[in-house]
Design a binder for this molecule. Structure first.
Ligand SMILES: [Zn+2]
Length: 553
């Protein structure tokens, strides 16, 4: 029987979908036992192709992002470091490794920079095609690496493809909305746009003794960006129904109040039930209903990947969501593909929820929702951004003349996005609301940690929670779909071993024996995300509005 693609009923406007995939992505390995496995992108792609979705969309291999493109957000020094460090020479870079937080959760591996280039290239090109009206939805599952900071790797992320994609969108759109449904707080993206009203960030995530420790309800942005960052902290075990009961009203209100020109949706699948590092209880359909809902607003939409550490479920969910983007429901039966045996014993597409307890009771969700909606009322309609105040960026000229020597452009001009404010937050601005009112649930140890956490010297933001990304929560959910692959011995393999294999590389198995073995997750006083050279004010630093439309082929 041919794999099913059932047209979605009632969908009037077919969307033009651009899908980005680079087959090289599965050839990179974070190292033995590391939960982040780039092969999951190839597994997803295998489902996408074998369901026949190539008939419904255009498939691209993006041009890998260049160093210069990365420095539109990241510091020159950090990008240069990423491009130079290898497993062979890393001993010569021990000081830099510490400075840039590379080595533990974010290891040095063969092809690291190429991997970052592929991830970022897909998001930037996806954004570019959206902006130039080449498509309605762009999909890059190799992107969504939301923890990366300006000068620091974090949480398995090195280069923040999302920030780079949003910067591209800002050249054509006055306002961009960023939504994050990964189980972890979208800290890198929030921080990048914390002081501007041209990007609204909305993150739904587990909060409380959980990586990265940021994303409190009361963190709403500062300066011009105040109330343009929203956080919805969740407890363990949230169900589809409860997630939807807050996601849809919040996003609907965001759309009414902010009216963005484009939307970026980070679809981290570690929020699924049974994820190796996650603690929520979403089914595939619950997760995907967020995609469906965001899509229903008919705005240019960039769909990105992110976390997701139970590979067979990551690939199921993203394949299904690719189908939704293209206007079809994938049938329940997994088609034959190179990773077929991973999907046993049922060989079905669905990722089901488990019976874990939902610690988000209706009262809690209602109270947090009402506070978030109250924050949104401060927005009070779409901001009027005076785009003409923003000078045309040197990067436009660079793009128009690809042969121009980047060294001819001064470093400061090359990096037009001085995104981050340097003002210390006024006392009291953080105390207008409180999400910790549930008496007995309050975690005092965690609270103390946060109180003593260092303030960033440049933003005054408090960086908290000494919890590594690989520390799982106490009530880790194991759904029916989570316990089907037997642990397989993990051995080191050359980076090229898995590329083109039938998916049986020893590096690629969901190795349950490795979970709960943090690779020295550690807390750091994150004070250098802004870099020492970020002293310019925020205004006048974001991309200028559209020059005449240009084809990007
Ligand atoms: Zn995550």
């Amino acid at each position: 029987m041919a794999p099913e693609m059932i047209p979605i009923e009632g969908e009037v406007n077919k969307k033009r979908v651009c899908y980005f995939f680079d087959s090289d992505v599965s050839g990179f390995h974070y190292g033995p036992g590391h939960p982040m496995k780039p092969t999951r992108i190839r597994m997803c792609h295998s489902l996408v192709m074998n369901y026949g979705l190539y008939k419904k969309m255009e498939i691209f291999r993006a041009k890998p992002a260049t160093k210069r493109e990365m420095t539109q957000f990241h510091s020159d020094e950090y990008v240069d470091f990423l491009s130079r460090i290898t497993p062979t020479n890393m001993n010569n870079f021990s000081k830099e490794q510490h400075k840039y937080n590379v080595g533990d959760d974010c290891p040095v591996f063969d092809g690291l920079f190429e991997y970052c280039s592929i991830s970022a290239g897909g998001s930037m090109e996806g954004a570019a095609r959206l902006s130039r009206d080449k498509c309605d939805i762009a999909v890059n599952w190799a992107g969504g690496l939301h923890h990366a900071k300006k000068s620091e790797a974090s949480g398995f992320c090195y280069v923040n493809d999302i920030v780079l994609g949003i910067l591209e969108l800002l050249r054509y759109h006055t306002r961009v909305l960023y939504i994050d449904i990964d189980v972890h707080h979208g800290d890198g993206v929030e921080e990048a746009f914390y002081t501007t009203d041209r990007v609204m960030t909305v993150s739904f995530h587990k909060y409380g003794e959980y990586f990265p420790g940021t994303g409190e309800l009361r963190d709403v942005g500062i300066g011009k960006g105040k109330y343009y960052a929203l956080n919805f902290p969740l407890r363990d075990g949230v169900t589809d129904e409860n997630y939807k009961s807050v996601f849809e009203p919040v996003i609907r209100s965001v759309m009414e109040n902010y009216d963005p020109g484009a939307i970026v949706l980070q679809c981290g699948t570690d929020s699924l039930s049974g994820d190796k590092l996650g603690c929520l209880n979403l089914s595939m359909r619950g997760h995907a209903s967020c995609v469906r809902f965001v899509k229903s607003f008919n705005k240019p939409l960039l769909l990105l990947g992110g976390g997701g550490y139970t590979m067979r479920n990551v690939s199921r969910c993203w394949a299904y969501e690719t189908g939704l983007a293209a206007g079809v429901e994938l049938g329940a039966e997994i088609p034959m593909n190179e990773y077929y045996e991973y999907f046993g014993p049922d060989y079905e597409l669905d990722v089901k929820a488990s019976n874990m307890e939902d610690l988000n009771n209706p009262e809690y969700l209602e109270r947090v929702k009402s506070i978030v909606l109250e924050h949104l009322r401060h927005v009070g309609g779409p901001p009027s951004v005076q785009m003409q105040d923003v000078p045309r960026m040197p990067v436009d000229a660079v793009l128009e003349d690809p042969n121009e020597d980047e060294d001819m452009i001064s470093k400061d001009e090359r990096r037009p996005q001085r995104l981050l404010d340097s003002r210390r937050q006024a006392d009291g601005e953080l105390s207008d609301s409180d999400d910790e009112g549930e008496g007995g649930r309050k975690n005092h140890a965690s609270h103390r940690e946060r109180e003593s956490a260092p303030l960033s010297p440049t933003t005054g933001r408090r960086f908290g929670a000494a919890v590594g990304i690989m520390s799982t929560g106490t009530t880790h959910g194991v759904g029916p779909s989570a316990a089907t692959v037997a642990p397989v011995a993990v051995t080191a393999a050359p980076a090229s071993a898995a590329a083109g294999s039938s998916g049986q590389s020893d590096m690629d198995i969901d190795d349950d024996s490795s979970s709960g073995q943090p690779i020295a997750s550690r807390a750091r006083s994150k004070s250098n995300a802004l870099g020492p050279d970020t002293t310019a004010p925020t205004n006048g630093t974001l991309p200028a509005p559209p020059a005449p439309m240009q084809a990007i082929e």
